[in-house]
Design a protein around this ligand. Structure first.
Ligand SMILES: *Cc1c(COP(=O)(O)O)cnc(C)c1O
Length: 399
């Protein structure tokens, strides 16, 4: 039978407890979601600062619609690049101390674009093992060589770079691109950007940072890891950030030298052949950065994280050493993980089970995310529920 592998693939996933299904969200206000008539307190979103429903951000979007209409009407090189887009690019370039920035419709597209546009057989991309799928998929399938170093393991990276310099097989490598994340999406720990930068300089390599989970959250004005660690364009020549998480809108950018941006404008097919993001969304994104610039919401998030961690420690709930909004509880078994998630739902608490292949085999987890839109009483109630359910499945550490 033609295309029999579709059904077979699904059956295999079902058998392994790995079949994925969507849920329709009927309503969503702050951290509350409504699904099939029931209300849940959600600990699964990436809206870390509540910007998705910030009044000023929503207002900017509405005003943008009245000024520009709902869509951009064309790709950026035709007539889709408006003053609204330019203003956001200028804000990012200036704030991040980069020569230029370029908007993309998604972080997925931006990562694909960087790999596709920069790739050639003399380039070797060296990626942290835990890089997001949007990067890994592009790196694997582009023209460049693609290697992965163990998570945050700088000496493993050095070995790979040394091999590129010496071995006959790889003698064709002329350029090396090292890639990491600012805040790792499934673990919440930080990429070792400073150490990686030292190694990059030693080997005349470039360092790229995907800061999807640092944007909005880190940095004095919410401009992410690069602002937080004060990293120059020379230290991080390619910076990618997204707007769909802490910024609360959607889309992404790449920032770096004028040459890099001009090159992407000319050679990145995901940029050239795609309708520009809606101008209203660019305005809303700009407004979101403005509203985060004083750091108030980030402070609220920091308090929620501290509260959550200290309550979990008291109750023997096993945490990782993440200090960000992403607080995973590693369960290690996909079926058990889903059962825990289902039991939490019965208590009105929504935490999605994240399973292989999104995370490595045997590290299936509850990916808990905290937000400035959680109230302190929400965190209290959540940790109580968590303790109750984890006890049932013997996941508590002090028993
Ligand atoms: C979410 C995410 C992306 C993709 O960004 P989208 O704008 O959602 O397409 C890329 N990289 C990382 C690390 C992410 O977490």
């Amino acid at each position: 039978m033609a295309f029999a592998y579709l059904k077979e693939g699904l059956n295999a996933r079902q058998r392994d407890g790995l079949l994925r299904q969507r849920r329709v969200i009927d309503a969503s206000v702050g951290a509350m979601i409504e699904v099939e008539g029931q209300h849940f307190l959600s600990f699964s979103g990436n809206d870390y600062l509540g910007q998705r429903q910030d009044l000023a951000v929503m207002q900017a979007w509405v005003e943008g619609v009245s000024d520009y209409g709902v869509g951009s009407g064309a790709s950026p090189l035709v007539t889709g690049h408006t003053q609204a887009h330019q203003q956001l690019e200028d804000y990012l370039a200036t704030g991040l101390k980069r020569e230029a920035a370029l908007l993309f419709n998604s972080g997925f597209a931006a990562n694909q674009a960087v790999c596709q546009a920069l790739a050639n057989p003399q380039l070797c991309i060296l990626s942290d093992k835990l890089m997001h799928a949007s990067f890994v998929e592009a790196g694997k399938h582009c023209e460049a060589k693609f290697k992965r170093f163990r998570h945050n393991d700088v000496s493993h990276l050095s070995n790979l770079l040394a091999a590129n310099q010496s071995s006959d097989l790889s003698s064709s490598v002329q350029d090396n691109l090292i890639v990491t994340e600012g805040v790792f999406s499934m673990d919440g720990d930080l990429g070792k950007i400073a150490e990686l930068n030292t190694v990059a300089q030693q080997h005349d390599a470039w360092l790229m940072v995907d800061d999807a989970h640092g944007m909005g959250v880190l940095g004095e004005t919410g401009l992410g890891s690069v602002e937080h660690f004060n990293l120059s364009q020379t230290q991080v020549p390619i910076l990618m950030g997204t707007f769909g998480k802490g910024i609360g809108t959607s889309g992404a950018f790449v920032a770096g030298s004028q040459v890099l941006i001009d090159y992407l404008i000319n050679f990145a097919k995901h940029y050239v052949y795609s309708t520009a993001m809606p101008p209203a969304m660019a305005l809303a994104t700009y407004a979101s950065f403005q509203s985060l610039a004083d750091g108030t919401k980030q402070q609220a998030l920091t308090q929620r994280i501290a509260q959550f961690r200290s309550l979990c420690q008291q109750k023997g709930i096993p945490l990782t050493d993440s200090n960000t909004a992403i607080q995973p509880i590693v369960v290690g078994d996909p079926v058990k993980c889903v059962k825990i998630s289902d039991d939490l739902k019965r208590l009105g608490l929504w935490v999605t089970a994240i399973r292989y292949p999104t995370v490595p085999k045997g590290t299936d987890r509850l990916r808990i995310t905290l937000s400035a839109s959680h109230r302190t009483t929400d965190i209290d109630a959540f940790v109580d529920g968590l303790q109750m359910v984890l006890k049932r499945y013997q996941v508590l550490s002090n028993e």
